[in-house]
Design a protein around this ligand. Sequence first.
Ligand SMILES: Nc1ncnc2c1ncn2[C@@H]1O[C@H](COP(=O)(O)OP(=O)(O)OP(=O)(O)O)[C@@H](O)[C@H]1O
Ligand SMILES: [Mg+2]
Length: 429
Amino acid sequence: MGELVVGIDVGTTKICTLVGEVRAEDIYVVGVGVEPARGMKKGVVNDVSALTAAISSSVHKAERSSGYEIGRAFVSVAGAHIDSKNSKGVVGINSPRGVQISDLERAMDAARAIALPHNREVLHVIPRCYTLDGQEGVRSPLGMHGFRLEVEAHIVMAASSSLQNLEKCVEGAGVYVDRFILNPLASGDVVLTDAEREMGVMVVDIGGGTTDLAIFIDGTVWHTAVISVGGWHLTNDIAQGLHLPYEIAEAVKVEYGHADPKDIDPTEMFIVQPFGEEQMSQVKRVDLAQIIFDRTEELFQLVLKEAKYSAYDGLLSAGIVLTGGSAQLPGIKQVASEVLKMPVRVAQPERLSGMADQLRNPAYSTSVGLLRLGLIMDQEDERRGRNGGSYRPGNGLPGIGSRGPRGKGPNIGKLFGTVMKRLLPEDDE
Ligand SMILES: Nc1ncnc2c1ncn2[C@@H]1O[C@H](COP(=O)(O)OP(=O)(O)OP(=O)(O)O)[C@@H](O)[C@H]1O
Ligand SMILES: [Mg+2]
């Protein structure tokens, strides 16, 4: 049996718990538990007991499917309370052996020492690149000689109370939060290629309650943001525009929805039963597409605004990668490329083994990414703790620091974030 990792993707639409076994370079999915979300709105908790029950149910399903008892997990986080900025840290080097891991740590600590407003905390500190004695763009300064080391780091911040509420729900379900991981970092890990990360790309994960963004340039993370608009808003617009109950509007969106009215035959109709009507009525599919287009176009305007705000919009040579459940909407790619004027592709988790069929869907990019990125973060922490190995921004993943445990629970990070014992005897597999 390999090492074990567990991720809980706490979305606005679904809670997805995955159990993975680390085999060679691969993570083999051995357990899946998906439960419709309750108690979440726009990526934040709005009903502790409902969300705790939903997480508990998702975790139990994953336990039954994997045969393991889940004790701790990496947990996704999003919501409008997320904020990010770039920061510099400078330290002097005085070792005759050149830059040591402890120097990198000191530089990162200096970058991390930003004035935090009340009720905010640092979620991730990600090294972007280093400058050594004025030489810019150093990727891995370990062992290099110099006197003045400067790190540029990307810092992701979150509201402490939002994290505490989420932590309370996960712990209420009997699972210790090993670390929180920002949604678009997890999605980006799964859907982006190394070449895209090098050239400059933005991953846009359009979920139910939020749209999560991350910009990768030169192989590492340069900007992250969360927009509080997602598929829920599309369904809500359809419900209002066509006078339908929310559930019917959701079914209509999935069955007949299209984001680009230009692609729809103006004579095509479908039948629904609006509120207060006894008779079914006919609706033009192009009218449905217009409602979806209006909101989708507005969403991509917000994405563009965020890209411009980051000031990196001109550096996205590899364009946009759309993922998340709402990326399944036909026509969404055209709308995105028209608004953003960049190449766009839609992506889902691909490099998967084990119980993977259900997960090959854009809705599961964050869920799968939690396992992989959580593992990488733990391995990196362990390497740094051991004072060995290479510490580098690399492809943007190794070297990602994270908010550690809140001082509760056993310190067992060596087990890759998961403490589990077998429920079933070996031969029951
Ligand atoms: N075929 C489809 N066409 C259009 N939208 C779809 C389709 N399938 C799912 N969706 C939408 O995807 C959304 C859910 O996506 P996802 O599972 O990524 O959300 P989530 O992770 O739970 O939410 P969030 O990340 O925003 O908290 C829902 O709004 C749903 O209506
Ligand atoms: Mg999501």
